[in-house]
Structures are given as C-alpha cells and as structure tokens.
Write a protein of this length. Structure first.
Length: 366
C-alpha cells in the first residue's frame, strides 16, 4: 500500500513538473499546448492545471476564441509566486542572487571572502547575505530554498565538499547539512559549473541538448548538459575540465599533477599573455568536442569575462579550424547569457527545479 501511494505521488508531481516546464518556456499556454508538448491526457492536464492554479503557480490570462470550436482558457506562469536564492562560492568571493519561478534575476550582490576561507567563514558570509536579501522583501511562503554552486571536487549525492582545489579547510565537509542548519532553509548543493550549465539550459529551452559551460574564474571547470540533462558522472564529480593535462612536463597544478590545462592557462594569464591563455583554453575545448561531440559551448566566469573578445575569438577559431569536418560537426560558441550571475542563478534554478520542475526536461519546441 505504501509503495502504491508513493508511486501515485511521484506521478502526480511528475505530471505537474511537465506542465511547469512548458509554462516556463512560453509566454502563455492552453490545455491543448500541454497535451501536445507532454503527451499527457487532456484529463490529466486539467487536473494538474487546477492544482497549479489553486497553489498560485499559474493563472488565467484570458480566453482564446477560435473561429470554430469552443473558447480555450489561456494560462501563464506567475513568476513572483515562488523564489529561490542562489549562491556562487568562488575562491575570492560569494555571489548571491534572488531568482523567481521564471528564472529572472531580481537581486545580485557580491561579498568578499577571506583568502583560503574556512567553512565557518563561508557560512557567516552566506547567512549575512541571505539575511540582507530576505530582510528587504516579503518572501513568506514564497522562498523555496537556497542553492549553492561550489568549487569541486564535490559529492553532490551526499552534499559533501571533498578537498576543494586550492582550499585547505574543505576535507569532506558536509556543506549541505550544515548550511541547512545555519540558514533554516532547504539547501541544494552542486558543483559550480553544473549549476551554471543548468541556468543556460533554462534559458535555451529544448534547443540545448548536448552542451558544455566552460568557467574561467581562478580555476577552470566544465559543466556538462548531455542528452537534455545535467551530467554529473559516476561519483557526481564530473566537470574537472581544468585538470586534464595539456603539457606533459608542465608546471605543478594545485591538484598535484603536472601540466594541467588550468595551471598552463593561469601562468599565461598571470604573465599578461591573454592571447596565449585563450589559445590554451581553446585547445581544451577542441579536445572536449572530439570526445563528446557537443553542439554548444558557453563561455563564462569572471576572469574570462574581463577579456571576452579574445577568448570568444580563440575558441571560435579553434572550433572552426581544428575540428575535422567542421562543416558537418558544427558547434555554437557563445558567452554566457547571464554573465557573472550564471553560477548563482543556476544554483537557484536547481532549487526551483527540485520543487517545481523536472531537472533536464527539455520541452519540444514547436
């Protein structure tokens, strides 16, 4: 009996998530739109729409009167019905954003972090920043939780930060658990780049099938969106793109290996040779394309966005000249549509997805 109840609850929540995912990608929708895009029956869609309307997540936006047939009620998402706070933990800063149910960023603030900060120092800054966001707004009943995009290596499944690169105090820290206790809110923890690629997937909708978000910000990482969903790997630690070796006898990296893409890139950038740094990154991107056959490459990160043109030009050129049969193996290269907010915004969107969406769901585009 318990199993049956659980299955029914799952199906009800899953159907609701299907409808929410469609509502997020279009200005307005009708029952027939949902039926067509999800494959649900008209009866199931009617039940879901009634529940979502009662919860205030969607509302009527009028009536469409066709020349033939019955009038159809038109619905729209209610963006301010739910919010989530997203946090991007970098090696120097904590960025916090407030995101609504439609994925729009309403607040963005950056807080400095001490060098080689401890978990306690991060939690203090996080608590103060979340307090500043909630103090100026009436979010009672509408704040879903806090998402944290964190430096890896990271165990997403267990909410653990496992020896974050370049941070000495982060050996097997149960960040999700202690942050929930500290904030008194549900917390979702993921690797920074995985949160970032989730944000891009929200923005692109169903056209974003196989993609990577490359982040250059102190370190270098890659967040993967494969087959329409976030790819975390067997141990949920996928994304350590910066720690692939590009120079066998190269300098020692923070990860303990020699010649990683991250350290070779950083040495060039620190010397002021941005053109070389961009070419190093481009070599790594082509390696990814040869391995995974990706359709989209999104460039992000505060360090990269300080010099967007040379990075974009270098990666575009490499994609067009170094990939065999680039006329056939085409890849779209862009800068992040959310700029410096992409990681924090994606972390917030993951919270909203967990409650009101299907992570990885890409509605069909008409």
């Amino acid at each position: 009996m318990t199993r049956t109840t659980a299955d029914v609850t799952f199906l009800r929540d899953y159907n609701q998530a299907l409808v929410m995912a469609v509502g997020r990608t279009v200005p307005t929708f009708e029952r027939s739109t949902i039926v067509s895009d999800t494959g649900l029956t008209p009866q199931a869609v009617s039940k879901v729409i009634a529940r979502l309307t009662a919860d205030g997540l969607i509302r009527s936006a009028g009536v469409r009167r066709p020349r033939i047939g019955k009038p159809a009620v038109v619905y729209e998402l209610v963006p301010d019905s739910r919010y989530a706070i997203g946090a991007h933990v970098a090696r120097r800063t904590l960025r916090l954003v407030l995101v609504d149910l439609a994925g729009a960023v309403h607040h963005s603030a950056v807080h400095p972090l001490p060098g080689d900060f401890t978990p306690e120092q991060l939690l203090h800054t996080l608590h103060a920043g979340v307090g500043a966001i909630t103090a100026g707004r009436d979010l009672r009943g509408r704040l879903t939780g806090v998402g944290i995009g964190m430096i890896g290596p990271l165990d997403h499944e267990h909410g653990m930060v496992r020896d974050a690169h370049g941070l000495r105090h982060w050996h097997d820290v149960a960040l999700r658990e202690i942050a929930e206790a500290h904030l008194g809110l549900p917390v979702h923890l993921d690797k920074d780049v995985t949160a970032g690629v989730t944000a891009e997937a929200w923005r692109h909708g169903g056209t974003f099938g196989d993609a990577v978000l490359i982040m250059v910000e102190s370190g270098i990482g890659g967040g993967f969106w494969l087959g329409g969903t976030a790819h975390r790997g067997a141990h949920t630690n996928a994304g350590e793109f910066g720690h692939t070796v590009v120079e066998l006898d190269g300098p020692l990296c923070v990860c303990g290996r020699h010649g990683c893409l991250e350290i070779v890139h950083n040495r060039a950038a620190e010397a002021g040779d941005i053109a070389r740094a961009a070419r190093v990154l481009a070599v790594g991107v082509v390696n990814l394309l040869q391995t995974l056959d990706l359709a989209h490459v999104v460039l992000a990160g505060a360090d990269l966005l300080r010099h967007p043109r040379p990075y974009l030009a270098a990666v575009e050129q490499a994609v067009h000249t170094d990939v065999p049969r680039a006329d056939w193996l085409t890849t779209d290269v862009t800068l992040s549509s959310l700029g410096a907010d992409v990681i924090a915004a994606g972390a917030a969107m993951q919270v909203l997805d967990k409650q009101y969406g299907v992570p990885g769901l890409a509605p069909r585009q008409g």
